[in-house]
Design a protein around this ligand. Structure first.
Ligand code: NAD
Ligand code: ZN
Length: 359
């Protein structure tokens, strides 16, 4: 069966486009209980951007600290219950922040209309009803969360997304001005998420002309941003990185991620390691699977003087290694793409544990 995906309904791109937010929301303001919920990364509290948020008296503005944890099912359930109890059903949600805030906005949109705990809906097409209008304003580029059909949540049982057509944003505002303040290490790790998305999308069974076209362009932009002459964190490259992230996300949507993301999920679930950093830790040791990509990745590390810690696995217990390996093993779509339909004959828990031991 070929993948049949919904894209973002509307996208605006360009410097200063954030200021179109008010007019974009205007026509939605009469829906439901006539207020908007703004979910904004705590980083922007008391910053210039806060004053540009088109807040009306009836609206709710929540600053959320996304450090050190990635979004959880409990966090989404609590947020939803509180807003419903205190204010009712929002006309829509605006998420302003990095991948974590994108996921909180997408997941909350769905959970406002679907009953019970979000843990019930972690997986593909388990959501029963469309969510409320949701708009994303990414302030870090790389995860592709601005365009993906998943809202990744960590729950008591698993780290898995609420994944369906309704997860995708109704509107995205891509304003490269907003990513200028990202600390250089996050700029690198999150940007590398895009690079790894493309390498994994390209190197697997599900790669096709559609996903390839996006990955090819995204990789070209990543190289301009991270390795070729003129690379580095600057205004011109921010414009490119924002589009690279979008296209990397679209590429993997029509193909799949692979070994690195499977290992990364294990690191995040068991050790709480952040997604993009976990990817960098794992990818650095996957030359058997992605030789050219890993080689180029190491050159980018050198170029930007990023030193990844070595021998970190020596501090992990056998039990942790086994747990991580099970998390990674239970992502069959990634292994199938990376290794083939006969992946179970090639990939074992012990093999995955040995991959982790390289870290
Ligand atoms: P993030 O949202 O976790 O934020 C990282 C840090 O950057 C935080 O400290 C935040 O406060 C800060 N920050 C955000 N914007 C900033 C700015 N403009 N200037 C300065 N600081 C800023 O970072 P991320 O790497 O974009 O997202 C990671 C999350 O994305 C993980 O939770 C992961 O699970 C999720 N993810 C989702 C998808 C998806 O398709 N839904 C894909 C990959 C990753
Ligand atoms: Zn990723």
């Amino acid at each position: 069966m070929h993948k049949n995906f919904k894209n973002i309904d509307k996208t605006v791109y360009g410097r200063g486009s954030f200021d179109q937010l008010d007019s974009i929301l205007a026509e939605k303001r009469t829906e439901n209980d006539r207020f908007f919920l703004f979910i904004v990364d705590q980083f922007f509290k008391d910053k210039a951007l806060e004053k540009r948020i088109p807040l009306r008296q009836e609206d709710v503005l929540l600053f959320i600290d996304v450090d050190p944890c990635e979004p959880t099912t409990e966090q989404i359930d609590t947020l939803r219950d509180r807003i419903l109890r205190e204010k009712g059903l929002p006309s829509g949600i605006v998420g302003i922040g990095g991948g974590s805030i994108m996921d909180i906005a997408k997941a909350s949109s769905l959970m406002f209309t679907n009953e019970g705990s979000s843990t019930k809906y972690q997986g593909l097409n388990l959501i029963k009803k469309p969510g409320i209008y949701h708009l994303g304003v990414p302030t870090i580029s790389g995860t592709g969360a601005e365009c993906s059909m998943t809202a990744v949540l960590t729950g008591p049982e698993k780290k898995l997304g609420l994944k369906c057509d309704w997860t995708v944003f109704n509107q995205v505002i891509l304003d490269p001005d907003l990513i200028a303040s990202v600390p250089s290490y996050w700029w690198f790790y999150t940007g590398m998420d895009t690079y790894i998305h493309c390498i994994e999308s390209e190197n697997g069974k599900l790669n096709n002309a559609f996903s390839h076209a996006y990955a090819e362009q995204s990789l070209k932009l990543c190289r301009e941003v991270f390795i070729l002459e003129g690379c580095g964190q600057n205004a011109a490259n921010d414009e490119k990185l924002m589009i690279a992230s979008l296209m990397g996300g679209l590429s993997l949507t029509y193909s799949e991620v692979g070994v690195c993301h499977a290992l990364s999920y294990g690191l995040s679930k068991i050790l709480g390691t952040r997604h993009c950093y976990a990817n960098c830790l794992a990818f650095n040791h996957l030359e058997d699977y992605y030789p050219e990509g890993v080689n180029e990745f190491r050159q980018m590390l050198l170029k930007h003087q990023i030193t990844l810690p070595q021998n970190i696995s020596k501090d992990w217990t056998e039990e942790q290694l086994t747990e991580m390996a099970h998390v990674a093993y239970n992502l069959p779509h990634m292994w199938m793409h990376a290794v083939g339909t006969d992946w179970k004959e090639k990939i074992t828990i012990d093999l995955i544990k040995n991959l982790y031991k390289r870290l």
